[in-house]
Design a binder for this molecule. Sequence first.
Ligand SMILES: [Zn+2]
Length: 309
Amino acid sequence: MNWIKKTLRFGEKIKKIIKTRATKTDIDNSDWTSCCKGPILKKDLEENLWVCPSCNKHHRISPRLRFDIIFGKNNYEVLKTPIPKDDPLNWNDSKPYKDRLKAARKKTNMDCGMMVINTNIKNIKLTAIASDFDFIGGSIGAAEGEAFLYGIQHAIENQQPFVLTSCGGGMRMMESLISLCQMTRTTLAINELKKNNLPYIVVLTDPTAGGITASYAMLGDVHMAEPGALIAFAGARVIQGTVREELPEGFQRSEYVEKTGFVDLIVERKDLKEKIFTLLSILLKKNSAINSLENETSEDNRTLTKAAS
Ligand SMILES: [Zn+2]
């Protein structure tokens, strides 16, 4: 009878192993990840710019990978942005905010969730910025606000366009009002950029939500989105609970928000570089035409004033 017990126990063990799901760390450390058809080698995804060859899902990528894809490896300089004091509210929920920051920095190898670079596409110099979803969900706190402002200031000082790749769940609740203030600060900074007639292009990626959608990610001259990206303010479940209606298929996805006018065009990851270049070429020409028109007008005004006196 002992062998029966042994077999049963072995069976239980096998069942447990099969049922145990891989943790996020297991997946991070593995050569495999999963998509529509089950497991897929990360190497195969990487060769296709982290886009699934079967279902065209645009997987989330880090700022560095994104910059490598759009601007080319070693074709950009990462700018060091100011880091304000950590955890000013001494926040503690299920774990201290200080510990969350420490873990996020270790995981992403970044000081804050935003990366700012000085780069170019062909002959157009520009400042670009991208967020890392792995840094506390790409949320925005004081440090990210500072990074954004630093990026805008850099674009204005160098009189070059500004390109944002948005990603994140919204404002960082662990910084309460301080994080909400970043909505106003980033909006005011964009106004300064516009006063300088410098183009601001936004690329919305999965997910762009909450205060990010409600501020700097929706203030571009042109809004592009990667296919299938979640672009929202409040979550679908909250909306469904409020309106008590079945939400349409594809609600809050790029294709849906393009139809409703939130997004100008949907661009595949492989085409982003060309598309950004074309748009910047057009906008820069248009803006320089506006500048020269303003100069002509002020010249005319000066002549008129002189004549009048
Ligand atoms: Zn897939």
